[in-house]
Design a protein around this ligand. Structure first.
Ligand code: UGA
Length: 438
């Protein structure tokens, strides 16, 4: 099938590469020319395990452009809108880029039936809004109403950064929301190799044993949109829940890891997303929980559970710094080494990363901050030049003569450090923000 993906962020690029690998003819479009140049040269503009390799494998089926006219919209079967939807100051999603993409698409649609898919996480109800924008742009161009020339669908993404390609090839489910049955058929055909798990998997991402099929959930537009928010909010509150339990566990002298295991073995609860620590960050949980609360407010509803999950989460960062302060007594003039800056391992993404808040608070209290991260240091330097941090390429050097070492992101490389020697004389405090060490 002929596919266009608008937006080459985590979601868009990953979608394009996976569909290209599966044999579809994919154009990836982004207005950012630098990104497109990089992609044309076979390099990924983002750090994501296996992405460079998969780009190479899918390259023959991929075209990159930053020009809508080159994207061949009139001959395309499926168009994914996968542009950014950053948060507005009130927590609602900024839909400027979605609107622009929908207008550009509407102007260029022609006689061929095309499915326009919202892949960006958009507020509930946006499917209808996009439909109106596409229709108005179409009418303006053609001077008449479209008659079944296109349909709008919602196909939310559930991939995690750091394992984006794995999650796309082997998802727990695929959700397609649309009121048009032909649109559902087109997307079912597009995803058939994944649904049936009958594609030849790439060597770098072997199929898990016993993984034979993927459930397809088809529903209306609004339900598909809400599934995305409800899933992310549930995961966020699961983490906040275990962090709240961890507070009490610490007071009563119980072990949160044992508790997580003990409750996680109950199949109704499940073992995943029960790692206690300094809580969630990243571009999704904070943004999506805020957007869900903002939508509820539009309907005069409150969402006390989700609001509490947010409060618990953001409070953890302050508590962590208080813990460092309690341990060192005085922070002023003390050398504190932060291990890990990215919001989670295997990514260089710093959006809503706990490290930022923690470092800002440490600096405000007079600590000297050193930092190491296997991949996120260049982003930190360029995005937060005002933070006075001494960066190190080698974590073993970063910790020499430190007063405290803070484990903020659980990169596997930190397990391999020579902890016996580092902690030998008992002078340095190791404060583990991720329950990473035994
Ligand atoms: C999350 C969801 O997991 C994906 O399903 C969804 O597609 C994505 O958001 C999105 O909406 O785009 P992501 O933010 O990439 O994915 O990463 P997660 O693995 O969910 O981790 C989020 C944060 O929670 C990280 O800061 C991580 O350190 C933290 N976390 C995760 C915990 O503190 N404890 C846990 O047990 C699990």
């Amino acid at each position: 099938m002929k596919v266009l993906v608008i937006g080459t962020g985590y979601v868009g690029l990953n979608t394009g590469v996976v569909l290209g690998f599966l044999g579809h003819d994919v154009t990836c479009m982004d207005l950012n020319k630098e990104k497109i140049e990089l992609l044309r040269s076979g390099k990924s503009p983002i750090y994501e395990p296996n992405l460079d390799k998969m780009l190479e494998l899918a390259y023959g089926n991929l075209t990159f452009t930053s020009d809508y006219d080159e994207a061949d919209i009139p001959n395309t079967d499926v168009i994914f809108i996968a542009v950014g939807t950053p948060s507005n100051p009130d927590g609602s999603a900024n839909l400027e880029y979605v609107q622009q993409a929908a207008e550009e698409v509407g102007k260029r649609l022609n006689d061929r039936f095309t499915v326009v898919v919202n892949k960006s996480t958009v507020p509930i109800g946006s499917g209808n809004w996009v439909e109106t924008i596409v229709r108005d742009a179409y009418i303006e161009k053609h001077g008449q109403r479209p008659i079944h020339h296109y349909a709008i669908a919602s196909n939310p993404e559930f991939l995690r950064q750091g394992s984006a390609l794995y999650d796309s090839f082997y998802p727990d489910r695929i959700v397609v929301g649309a009121s048009d049955s032909q649109a559902i058929d087109v997307l079912t055909n597009l995803y058939r190799p994944i649904l049936n798990q009958d594609f030849n998997y790439p060597d770098c991402l072997p199929r898990p044993e016993g993984f034979t099929a993927v459930p397809l959930v088809t529903c209306d537009l609004a339900s598909a949109e809400m599934i995305k928010y409800a899933a992310n909010s549930f995961l966020a509150l699961k983490i906040s829940y275990i962090n709240e339990i961890a507070h009490l566990a610490e007071k009563v002298g119980a072990d949160i890891n044992q508790i997580a295991r003990g409750i996680g073995l109950d199949s109704r609860i499940g073992p995943r997303f029960l790692n206690a620590g300094i809580g969630w960050g990243g571009s999704c949980f904070g943004k999506d929980t805020a957007a869900l609360v903002a939508t509820a407010h539009e309907y005069n509803l409150s969402m006390p559970i989700i609001e509490a999950a947010r409060d618990v989460n953001y409070h953890l960062r302050e508590e962590f710094v208080t813990r460092v302060q309690n341990s060192l007594k005085i922070l002023k003039g003390k050398t504190v080494t932060v291990l890990g800056l990215a919001f989670k391992p295997n990514t260089d993404d710093l959006r809503d990363a706990p490290s930022i808040d923690i470092i800002q608070k440490l600096l405000a209290r007079g600590a000297k901050v050193r930092a190491h991260d296997p991949v996120a240091v260049p982003n930190m330097k360029s995005q937060y030049p005002e933070l006075s941090i001494e960066y190190f390429d080698d974590p073993n050097k970063a910790v020499i003569d430190s007063d405290a070492i803070l484990l903020v992101t659980e990169w596997p490389v930190y397990k391999k450090m020579d902890w016996k020697t580092i902690l030998k004389d008992g002078k340095v405090k190791l404060i583990d923000g991720r329950n990473f060490f035994s």
